[in-house]
Design a protein around this ligand. Structure first.
Ligand code: NAI
Ligand code: MG
Length: 482
């Protein structure tokens, strides 16, 4: 690892400098618990300055740039990101504790967002509307102006891709507040983007705490749109802050997403997805498939086969690239362990992985755990655990499966495993979710596919073309010419 952890600061108007207050945050490697360096923690004045820099860019050269040129710059950043694949993946693996090959996937996804939105930048257009004689009416899609992006630590690069990149593609200037626990690839992205020709002020990065940098950005009267990914509680606070300025928010919150396995499912195909959806990124995934609902006819078989897979799972340091890495922090480990303890007391442990021998004692590891015979209303079937744990819940028929699947306050994604085409279509309509997967789970993260939740999972859509609509506002022009 050659990264100079103390190198960056805040990135405002194309310049790096220390935080105005001199405050810092520790950079922690969750695989070892070691402190690797210090991160600048932006002050309120830094956030003000970042918002002003974004405003100047949005009203200046960046805002005036033809869409195809914006797109060309984003495409170039995509190439530069791929060229730094190894370094970015190692940095993310170190900072997040994410197994190296999963970190590489995130780099690829970021590059795909840059390609997709780079290519889409000049393909977003308004409409003409037939109206009364003597009028010509048309719509213009215009950027909001300054967009604020408050992102979490679990998938920094992917979330930068679906949020910041889509905002830039539509001509907004962005202020990005990465998470305390994982800001390094956000800072690297700012450097790479600037080197690839993104004009000063188009992207500003203010690492720092949620309480200072995050809260001030969310409430800032100079911000025209807020995009937030993280916990439901903070999302609600951000929506309240944005309400005081009457600006739109996109909230990508958590989930308790179900996978429904029917008697006629192709289990050989389903099995790897069923487990992987729960352990990817150590279960710290908003769209984790953490509830496995299984029809009685295959219930024992599914539990047995999932349990066997769990028996092979190892949690170890990110760079060892095992199936599971550490959790992001000691705090998250305590929280996840408390769920696992509750489960061990009240539920059946069907399968359990191991913490690998090479896992350093200071790392934030938990053993991946599968619970079976769980009722849909148990806390472990209702609350987001955000760790490598899944519950298996039996059901009898379609109606019961849908009732259990829809029986949480969340609604992010859902998976259906069945060979019955009619059931696929019926259930896809009845499941309360922003994305439904039929005989797959996650669609390989496709950047083209609109994503977002209902209920406590949030609202608004990112990814795909929908993000371009979300990051623009529609103006109707009615000309009376007689
Ligand atoms: P969090 O919601 O506190 O953090 C997410 C981001 O919000 C970070 O950048 C943080 O600095 C910022 N933030 C925190 N408080 C803020 C405030 N008052 N105003 C503005 N910004 C603020 O999430 P945390 O504490 O890291 O994780 C707690 C739980 O949240 C997890 O166990 C998980 O259940 C959920 N979560 C869900 C995520 C998702 O992908 N949907 C991502 C991260 C966490
Ligand atoms: Mg870290």
């Amino acid at each position: 690892m050659t990264y100079d952890f103390a190198r960056d600061g805040v990135f405002i108007a194309g310049r790096w400098r220390p935080s105005g207050s001199g405050d810092t945050l520790p950079i922690e490697d969750p695989s070892s618990g070691e402190t690797l360096g210090e991160l600048a923690a932006a002050s309120a004045a830094d956030v003000d300055e970042a918002v002003a820099a974004a405003r100047a860019a949005s009203e200046g050269d960046w805002g005036a740039m033809p869409a195809f040129e914006r797109g060309r710059i984003l495409s170039r950043i995509g190439q530069a990101v791929l060229a730094e694949m190894d370094a970015l993946a190692a940095l993310e693996a170190t900072d997040v504790g994410k197994p190296l090959s999963q970190a590489r996937n995130d780099v690829v996804a970021l590059a795909r967002y840059l390609e997709f939105y780079g290519g889409a930048a000049d393909k977003l257009h308004g409409e003409t509307i037939p109206f009364q004689a003597g009028y010509t009416v048309y719509t213009l899609r215009e950027p909001h102006g300054v967009t604020g992006h408050i992102i979490p630590w679990n998938y920094p690069m992917q979330i930068i891709g679906r949020s910041v990149v889509a905002a830039l593609a539509t001509g907004n200037a962005a202020v990005l507040k990465p998470a305390e626990q994982a800001s390094l690839t956000a800072l690297s992205f700012a450097r790479i983007a600037a080197e690839a020709g993104l004009p000063a002020g188009a992207l500003n990065v203010v690492p720092g705490t949620g309480a200072v940098a995050g809260a001030i950005l969310a409430a800032h009267p100079g911000v025209d749109h807020i995009s937030f990914t993280g916990s439901t509680a903070v999302g609600q606070a951000i929506q309240a802050a944005a309400a005081r300025n009457a600006v739109p928010v996109t909230l990508e919150l958590g989930g308790k997403s179900p996978q429904l396995v029917f008697d006629d499912a192709d289990l050989d195909k389903a099995l790897p997805f069923l487990v992987n959806a729960g352990i990817q990124n150590a279960g710290q995934t908003c769209s984790a498939g953490s509830r496995i609902l299984v029809q009685r006819g295959v219930y024992d078989q599914v539990v047995e086969r999932m349990a066997a897979r769990y028996g092979d799972l190892r949690a170890g340091p990110a760079m060892a690239d095992l199936e599971v890495g550490p959790l992001i922090s000691a705090k998250q480990r305590v929280m996840v362990e408390s769920y696992l303890e509750l489960g061990r007391r009240e539920l059946t442990v069907a399968g359990e992985g191991k913490i690998a021998a090479e896992a350093p004692a200071g790392g934030h590891y938990v053993a991946p755990t599968l619970f079976a015979d769980v009722r849909g209303d148990h806390a472990l079937a209702q609350e987001e655990i955000f760790g490598p744990a899944q519950v298996v819940i039996p059901f009898d028929d379609d109606a019961q499966a849908v009732a259990i699947a829809n029986g949480t306050p969340y609604g992010l994604v859902a998976g259906i495993w069945t060979a019955d085409g009619g059931r696929q279509m019926r259930l896809a309509k009845r499941l309360r979710a922003g994305q439904v997967f039929i005989n797959n789970y996650g669609a390989a993260g496709g950047v083209e596919l609109p994503f977002g939740g209902v209920g406590r999972s949030g609202h608004g859509r990112e990814k795909g073309f929908e993000a371009l609509y979300a990051f623009t506002t529609l103006k109707t022009v009615a000309a009376h010419h007689g």
